[in-house]
Design a protein around this ligand. Structure first.
Ligand code: G6P
Length: 496
């Protein structure tokens, strides 16, 4: 990269290889034949911004049955197009089902996810037993198969940079070096990187391999400075032979230098401007609420234990206990996208979410009023309709890499709604000063924040809402991408 030189801000058209577990397209088989649905989620959406501006080859795991068929039919990558017709190459990597299951449903989730979000219950879990050992082998194997495909494609297209995504693929950067890939490699972790002690609940072999895997990259990226710092400390604590330079945020290991950086991910404000006016969103708005409450509190989340949905409901219940004057006037709408339901911990958590909502409703509901309106389904137009309508947005994650809801909802909100934001959401580093900060474990504080938000004078609400909108418009997803590409272009460090 940089041979032809000139651009240092990533604006030049590049041959890029993007690698993620979940790809930008999910294939399905219907009566009419094969269909291709755009993959969802912030990660895929953010990276899709690369497609119009660069020559992108995207490598992802085959997840659906039809993905596997596509993977088998193709020797290499297929030509695909994004929503607006921009072409890219897609290569799906199929591994044996049981192996994928152990990699995704045991090792990546819940094992790594729970370590990195502090969700294990340490007196009992995790137990590093034969199941985890087997799942670790599968994790390694899937990373190897994906690295094989990346090495092939990088060679075939003459890749100028490889952008590897997230915790499912920690081993890939080092595996690419072992396979002789010379292009600069960036690894980006979209979830929090906890303090070094959290990694003591991973097997020694696994945590060392994960760190060494990442140190194969030229640049390791996180959403927050805190995660970047924690990564440096983990290298110092667990990798003998690693030299950690905190001042320059660099790690020297095995003859190469890895830079450690924070790049806060963001959204595309223009996309949300368009969505706010989309006919599907207008339709969803018409049926959003059976009865219009005076005030609407909204939460939008995947049903993930890290999102802290149960404590959010409990806090709302506490608020209702303390403030009978609000009974009948305020509703909490929870739009929850069912997630990872094949994993017992996730299925059980969804049960707990239903029970917590029921407990609040049983204690407070009247014939004409149900305080918590819980909907479990994947319905993005409805979420955007609710974004426009909230008075209070509750984002109380136990800990979160970034949390894009906190960035996208205020962009389209029409009521100068107040954001209650967990101090442990990555978004808090940027938006905290415009939000009401809560400690996510503290249900008393969260109940008090709900009251503060509901009675906040208009002038304060307007200023805070504008503060968030202005920040997100000034720091959009293009900046996230451009900063990473610009850093990769600074050759010399870590290059072979
Ligand atoms: C988070 C992770 C992504 C993941 C997404 C959805 O945002 O950082 O890597 O794709 O959740 O989770 P799923 O397991 O359904 O891909």
């Amino acid at each position: 990269m940089g041979g032809g030189g000139g651009a240092t801000d990533g604006r030049m058209r590049r041959r890029l290889v993007v690698v993620s577990n979940r790809g930008p397209i999910v294939y399905a088989r219907t009566d009419e034949g094969r269909t291709a649905r755009r993959g969802g989620g912030g990660l895929v959406t953010a990276l899709s911004g690369l497609v119009p501006a660069h020559d992108v080859t995207w490598i992802a795991a085959a997840i659906s049955d039809e993905d596997r068929v596509v993977a088998q039919e193709q020797a290499g990558a297929v030509d695909e197009a994004d929503r607006l017709g921009h072409r890219f190459r897609l290569r799906l990597v199929a591994v044996e089902r049981a192996e994928y299951d152990r990699y995704y449903n045991v090792f990546a989730n819940p094992h790594l996810w729970f370590i990195q979000h502090g969700l294990w219950n340490h007196p009992y879990t995790p137990e590093l037993n034969a199941g985890i050992v087997g799942a670790w082998h599968s994790y390694r194997h899937v990373n190897e198969r994906i690295a094989d495909a990346v090495a092939e494609e990088a060679e075939a297209v003459g890749a100028e940079a490889v952008l590897v995504q997230d915790y499912q693929l920690y081993l890939v950067p080092r595996l690419l070096r072992d396979r002789g890939v010379a292009a600069p490699v960036n690894h980006f972790t979209h979830i929090p990187w906890p303090g070094p002690d959290a990694w003591r609940s991973a097997r020694r072999e696994a945590r060392e391999a994960i760190l060494v895997g990442l140190l194969g990259a030229n640049v390791v990226g996180f959403h927050t400075r805190r995660s970047a710092r924690n990564f440096l400390s983990a290298c110092e604590d667990y990798i003998s032979g690693a030299h950690v330079d905190y001042r320059h945020a660099e790690v020297e290991y095995d003859g190469r230098t890895t830079r450690v950086r924070a790049y806060p991910i963001s959204v595309d404000p223009l996309e949300f401007d368009a969505l706010a006016d989309d006919s599907r969103v207008h339709e969803a708005a018409e049926t959003l609420l059976e009865v219009e409450p005076e005030r609407l509190i909204l939460r939008v989340d995947r049903t993930d234990p890290s999102k802290n949905i149960v404590r959010g409901f409990t806090a709302f219940g506490r608020f209702l206990d303390q403030h009978p004057e609000w009974h009948g006037r305020v509703v909490m709408l929870a739009l929850l996208d069912p997630s990872r339901q094949e994993i017992p911990e996730y299925a059980e958590y969804l049960g707990a979410v239903h029970r917590a909502a029921r407990a609040v409703n049983d204690a407070h509901a009247r014939d004409d009023w149900n305080p918590i309106d819980l909907r479990v389904s994947d319905n993005f137009p409805r979420a955007v309709a609710a974004y426009k309508r909230y008075d209070v947005l509750l984002v109380n994650a136990i800990v979160d890499g970034m949390n894009l809801i906190a960035k996208e909802a205020p962009l389209v909100n029409e009521r100068d709604g107040v954001v209650i934001l967990s101090e442990n959401a990555g978004a808090h580093e940027e938006l905290g000063r415009h939000a009401l900060t809560v400690n996510p474990f503290d249900v008393e504080e969260t109940a008090a924040a709900i009251e503060t938000a509901l009675v906040m004078p208009e002038v304060d609400r307007v200023a805070r809402a504008a503060g968030i909108r202005d920040h997100v418009r000034a720091h959009d997803v293009r900046e996230w991408i451009a900063n990473q590409l610009a850093d990769l272009e600074r050759r010399g460090v870590g290059a072979r």
